[in-house]
Write a protein that binds this ligand. Structure first.
Ligand SMILES: NC(=O)c1ccc[n+]([C@@H]2O[C@H](COP(=O)([O-])OP(=O)(O)OC[C@H]3O[C@@H](n4cnc5c(N)ncnc54)[C@H](OP(=O)(O)O)[C@@H]3O)[C@@H](O)[C@H]2O)c1
Length: 280
């Protein structure tokens, strides 16, 4: 009995179902990028009414449990396993330290991805990806797991970041990538610097703001989007893009679409993959 379900491939049209396990590993994303043109990709899960997170009455954001599923998480881990570099941010490290979010900084840290370290090894990838922490505040704790797993860690910020905080991290031996004219990181500058360091497949395990900066700068190669067939509601919420209208840079082309008719029970979900559309 397979641990994960059969999916109906909707696009490109297929006649038979396919197993979820291995679906995204089969894409071979780790072979698509190069230092000259890093392949930056991201994964989000959204409700039908466009919510990726909710806010409680006190304004604190949280991921409602019913948004995610073990099936979606398995695909997230398959994408994660193909990265040579994870791009996260200060907010995630603060949430991790406070126990509000789980650890997604190492491949193989979850039972649902127990096979992925061996898969990486077979592909000739290093045991763990490097980690880039994007932050304007430069105010976050680094988890001891990064050193314990021998992961290279970079900190990325803007030119106008607090020089004292930049010095704090450099004094502790961390390379600080200055990738943006203001306080924040810009997608184009960060992607070029990561390519210059030899990275090919940076995976955004960040939030909507990093997604936005990559899309605005035309640096996102692939967006993986799970749409759970639920209307969540919620007065305070986050969507995929927080900023002003994107215009043509927001056009995306469907690359694949799978339908998991069983999850969540009584509803379903789509697993979609998009590439940047042509800007005509
Ligand atoms: N459903 C999903 O698939 C999904 C995916 C991701 C996140 N989420 C949820 O969505 C909610 C909002 O996401 P988020 O917390 O990740 O919010 P966010 O507003 O995208 O990012 C928050 C933090 O990231 C850093 N940051 C982001 N972009 C940056 C840039 N260009 N330059 C420098 N620093 C940057 C900043 O850190 P500093 O404060 O250190 O400067 C900022 O505070 C959360 O509840 C999260 O759990 C859902």
């Amino acid at each position: 009995m397979p641990r994960f379900p059969q999916l109906l491939g909707l696009f490109p049209p297929r006649s038979a179902t396919v197993g979820l396990e291995g679906l995204y590993l089969g894409l071979g994303l780790h072979r698509l990028g190069s230092p000259a043109a890093p392949f930056v990709y991201a994964n989000f899960v959204s409700s039908l009414d466009g919510r990726i997170a909710l806010e409680d009455a006190g304004g604190k954001t949280y991921l409602p449990k019913r948004l995610t599923s073990p099936n979606d998480f398995r695909l997230f881990l398959e994408l994660h396993a193909q990265a040579d570099c994870l791009v996260t941010h200060g907010g995630y490290l603060r949430a991790l330290a406070a126990g509000r979010l789980g650890n997604i900084l190492q491949v193989g840290a979850h039972e649902a991805g127990h096979d992925l370290p061996a898969w990486r090894e077979a592909q000739g990838l290093p045991p763990q990806p490097a980690v880039v922490v994007a932050s304007a505040s430069l105010d976050f704790p680094l988890p001891p797991s990064l050193r314990a797993h021998g992961q290279t860690c970079y900190i990325a910020t803007g030119t106008q970041a607090d020089p004292g905080k930049v010095a704090y991290w450099r004094d502790r031996g961390y390379e600080v990538l200055v990738a943006g004219a203001g306080k924040t990181v810009e997608g184009g500058a960060l992607t070029r610097q990561l390519g210059g360091l030899g990275y090919r497949t940076p995976y955004l395990v960040a939030g909507p703001r990093m997604l936005e900066t990559m899309v605005r700068d035309g640096c996102l190669s692939r967006l993986f989007l799970t749409t759970t067939h639920q209307l969540l509601g919620g007065l305070g919420f986050h969507g995929l893009l927080p900023g002003p209208e994107l215009g043509k840079a927001g056009r995306l082309r469907l690359m694949s679409l799978y339908y998991d008719a069983e999850t969540p029970a009584g509803a379903g979900q789509w697993f979609a993959q998009f590439a940047p559309g042509a800007v005509l």
